[in-house]
Design a protein around this ligand. Structure first.
Ligand code: IPM
Ligand code: MN
Length: 361
């Protein structure tokens, strides 16, 4: 089969980790007899530098014309002082909205080999940790009306949290479908004791749940959810929540695995189209050092194969190759756990990690 992929290397370590992911993908193509075609797309800070805007129209158009998008990372100190709508982050938000990527899947998986990276006590994560945050990605406060106005207490600013039934229903369906393929448990996170939008959220999620009698549903207020992720993360299977709560909870959940450099994500539209990117950012301090961990991006490619192209055997091959490299005790600096005992594991860089994973496919 032939697949066309729009590739957004972006800023910072983005281009470096993306290069390794494409190496791995090429190897998958060779082994399983697929052709992957790449079209490079300009977006992020580099687009601001080159053409004066974070997401040129042409870039969005190219993404739409492809079967899926692979993104490295966008942003960096260099563009931090620009006004909100001209920052590199605008590229990300523009891609999400422009490509209708309403469902963001952020798995937090603790690899056995990296169990020591978990900052929680051993008994709390004993037996492994495997949860996924399903974050609504094109609605809520991120995209609601925002503005400023004069008040008798000086200038005021506002951002409106707004959700429609349809937006809630479709993200809830993604979460329940996912739970059916996993542990059959959905936790919906809201702030229904305070927010009207959360009260609608909760009632729609409960209605969707009726179509999935096998799935156990429970609700948590977001403040409690944060506490529970730290106290007992194993209680979770699928967490479904709004754009802003999902942003916050997914960072929290990722840190429980101790290795954000390992975590992939998928942002899905209706149908098979999706954008795939590592959870970590552009890490400008690491750019050019050759030390960045490409595994999150490589695992994002595995998610692309699974969710957009329905190639689960190929996706398994990538995930197993990553596990093998970890089992062989190769570590990039971010997951090198015991620096005092450098003999225990072998320190590798971005390129070596990509080469080793490629060689294991
Ligand atoms: C994320 C990021 C983005 C978000 C930023 C960079 C706009 O934090 O993908 O989680 O808030 O969604
Ligand atoms: Mn975030």
């Amino acid at each position: 089969m032939k697949y066309n992929i729009a590739v957004v290397p972006g800023d910072g370590i983005g281009p470096e980790v993306v290069a390794e992911a494409l190496k791995v993908l090429d190897r998958v193509g060779e082994k399983f007899g697929h052709e992957f075609n790449y079209t490079k797309v300009l977006a992020g800070g580099c687009a601001i530098d080159e053409v004066g805007e974070p997401l040129p129209e042409e870039s969005l158009k190219i993404c739409k014309e492809n079967d899926a998008v692979l993104l490295g990372a966008v942003g960096g100190w260099k563009w931090d002082d620009l006004p909100g709508d001209q920052r590199p982050e605008k590229a990300l938000l523009g891609l999400r909205k422009g490509l209708a990527l309403f469902a963001n899947l952020r798995p937090a998986l603790l690899f056995d080999e990296l169990a020591d990276a978990c900052p929680l006590k051993k008994e709390i994560v004993d037996g492994g940790l495997d949860l996924v945050v399903v974050r609504e990605l094109t609605g809520g406060i991120y995209f609601g009306e925002k503005g400023r106005k004069q008040t008798d207490m000086g200038e005021a600013a506002y951002d409106i949290e707004i959700y429609s039934e349809e937006e809630i229903e479709r993200i809830a369906e993604v979460a329940f479908d996912m739970a059916m393929k996993r542990g059959k448990k959905v936790t919906s996170v809201d702030k229904a004791n305070v927010l009207e939008s959360s009260r609608l959220w909760r009632s729609v999620v409960m209605k969707v749940a009726e179509k999935y009698p096998e799935v156990e549903l429970n609700h948590l207020y977001v403040d409690n959810a944060v506490m529970q992720i730290i106290r007992d993360p194993k209680q979770f299977d699928v967490i479904v929540t709004s754009n802003m709560f999902g942003d916050i909870l997914s960072d929290g959940a990722s840190q429980v695995t101790g290795s954000i450099g390992m975590l992939p994500s998928a942002s899905l539209a209706k149908g098979n189209f999706g954008m795939y990117e590592p959870v970590h950012g552009s890490a400008p301090d690491l750019a050019g050092t050759g030390k960045a961990n490409p595994m999150a991006t490589i695992l994002s490619v595995a998610m692309m194969l699974r969710y957009s192209f329905d190639l689960s055997e190929e996706a398994d091959a990538i995930e197993n190759a990553v596990k093998k490299v970890l089992a062989d005790k190769y570590r990039t600096p971010d997951i090198m756990l015991n620096e005092k005992d450098p003999d225990a594991c072998k320190l590798i860089g971005t390129k070596e990690a990509g080469d080793l994973i490629t060689a294991n496919i």
